[in-house]
Design a protein around this ligand. Structure first.
Ligand SMILES: C=C1C[C@]23C[C@@]1(O)CC[C@H]2[C@@]12CCC[C@@](C)(C(=O)O1)[C@H]2[C@@H]3C(=O)O
Ligand code: AKG
Ligand code: FE2
Length: 355
């Protein structure tokens, strides 16, 4: 694969006046590996995923219904301060506004995941995506921040640390709520029980700062190709420009319009495994815009750190509902996903499930 420096540099996309051939998407099955039926359209239908107020007394039912129906929902009154959301958005803007050469100084290494660059799913697609991003998957972001902001890196590292702490708490709260809707308690899952007792300090997550520059031909381009997240769940903050779309077989592509202070929650592949297939991992993508650039910040929550095995919850399996997936750690799942991408779920499916 050519290096970033040898081809049209993703750090300069916003200055291009025409769409290069390598960025033109036709939406054939190859452009939408996960659900061939989602390849039919660039357009979205007039429907929306629910916005759920976390202070609503019926929150468990509402979140449970939305997770099962859509694999995604939006949340208000989630307890994350507007200041923290503004801070991480402006950190991202400051980063992406830098000249391309500066951003490349913080590029992720060949082997590493963390740092500046294209989305990790890029190699699975023929065409290039109209976006750039920065992934924080381990502590190496501190060195990258030091390179990018020799004077201000302490301030920016502090924002990331606070964001991770707050998001981890929110992610486990949402997990327990969705599990509650399935009749599962924290005590039913050994690792979740430990996670709760320890004040949820043993979880593991990644952050992806995404930037979608203005695009000369948005209808032929793709910001982030259709994918599912490999997570238990993902919490997404989007700036005030829309672009996120979620796919549901019964509806088609549905745009998730941004609203101030409202966060999007996506169910990931590991939740699908945990729930023994009861919760879908939502296929989603990001479109781009002719006049407005867009930022989104994804907190990708993988659940327990270390070698903890994620498996279908025993309370959700039985003679009539045998375990559909074998147990797996998040690390192992990521390895499989980035070898076979759209076939990852098939790779861990139990061939003849019996209980
Ligand atoms: C922990 C991870 C999840 C992620 C792959 C990664 O190793 C780090 C980046 C994450 C991200 C963010 C953008 C979308 C996504 C599909 C991708 O290309 O990189 C997700 C990955 C994922 O959920 O598999
Ligand atoms: O930018 C968006 O709205 C989607 C981002 C996303 O799906 C991701 O980072 O996993
Ligand atoms: Fe995603």
């Amino acid at each position: 694969m050519p290096s970033l420096a040898e081809e049209i540099c993703i750090g300069n996309l916003g200055s291009l006046q025409t769409l290069p051939e390598s960025f033109t998407w036709k939406l054939t099955a190859a452009d939408s590996l996960l659900r061939p039926s989602s390849a039919v359209s660039f357009d979205a239908v007039e429907e929306s995923i629910p916005v759920i107020d976390l202070s609503n007394p019926d929150v468990t039912t509402l979140i449970g219904d939305a997770s099962k129906t859509w694999g995604a929902f939006q949340i208000a009154n989630h307890g994350i301060s507007q200041k923290l959301l503004d801070d991480i958005e402006s950190l991202s803007k400051t980063l992406f506004d830098m000249p391309s050469e500066r951003k490349l100084e913080a590029a992720s290494s060949d082997k590493g995941v963390s740092g500046y660059g294209e989305p990790r799913i890029s190699p699975f697609f023929e065409k290039k995506m109209w976006s750039e991003g920065f992934t924080i998957a381990d502590d190496s972001y501190r060195n990258h921040f030091n390179t990018l902001w020799p004077h201000d890196h302490t301030k920016y590292c502090g924002i990331i640390q606070e964001y991770v702490d707050e998001m981890e708490k929110l992610a486990s709260r949402l997990l327990y709520c969705i599990l509650g809707s399935l009749g599962v308690t924290v005590e039913d899952i050994e690792w979740a029980h430990k996670l709760e007792k320890s004040g949820s300090k043993v979880g593991r997550g990644a952050i992806r700062l995404n930037h979608y520059p203005v695009c000369p031909e948005p209808e032929r381009a793709m910001g982030l190709a259709a994918h599912t997240d490999s997570t238990i769940l993902t919490i997404l903050h989007q700036s005030n420009t829309g672009g996120l779309q979620v796919f549901r077989e019964e509806s088609g592509w549905v745009t998730v319009e941004p609203a101030p202070g409202v966060l999007v929650v996506n169910m990931g592949d590991l939740f699908h495994i945990l729930s023994n297939g009861k919760i879908p991992s939502v296929v989603h993508r990001a479109k781009v815009n002719h006049t407005r650039s867009r930022i989104s910040i994804a907190y990708l929550w993988g659940g327990p750190a270390g070698d903890v095995q994620i498996a279908p919850i025993s309370k959700l399996t039985g003679p009539a509902e045998p375990s559909l997936y074998r147990s797996i750690t998040w690390k192992e799942y990521l390895q499989i996903k980035y070898e076979v991408f759209d076939k990852a779920m098939d790779a861990i499916r139990v061939v003849n499930p019996t209980n």
